[in-house]
Design a protein around this ligand. Sequence first.
Ligand code: QAP
Ligand code: CO
Length: 180
Amino acid sequence: MAVLNILSYPDPRLRTIAAPVKQVDDNIKTLITDMIETMYDAEGIGLAASQVDEHLQLIVMDLSENKDTPMVFINPKVTPLVEEKQPYEEGCLSVPEVYDKVERPNKVRIEALDENGDAIDQEAEGLLAVCIQHEMDHLNGVIFVDYLSNLKQNRARDKVKKVLKIREKNLEKQAQPSNV
Ligand code: QAP
Ligand code: CO
């Protein structure tokens, strides 16, 4: 088990297109376990492999209250079931402390494989529908801030830079406990 490094916006590696998973083998199973651990450690509800610099079509998610129901989607295909789009306030582990509304269809069909290589075919609404579309975007190199105005994208870039700097400082403090 390992907590993986999450790439931050605007890292160009987040623009890489993910390749399909060919076989759900032990390497993929280890990656799935590590991604779930990474998502819980960062207090996220969803994580795409692209965000940990693994360019494979793999998504983990946990929308449960007690964070005890991880979901895995391998080689997902998402089809909108409604034309109408609804706004939802999104965030992203790769864009820390930036949140904004994005409009997406709020009912979709999800076809994928699970962690055992078994087929998933389900209809999703609400947060699951929003989250799977957000994570699918990552596999195609798209980040939620791409849907926002240029002004908001620039602000997001500045904000992430600032947050990362503060986090780095806090890590230095932790590493040097004599500096009280
Ligand atoms: C994607 O995002 C999502 O900025 C998953 O400081 C989010 O798990 C889809 C997070 C909302 C739909 C709606 C973000 C944690 C987590 C932050 C996440 C942060 C700490 C984001
Ligand atoms: Co994201």
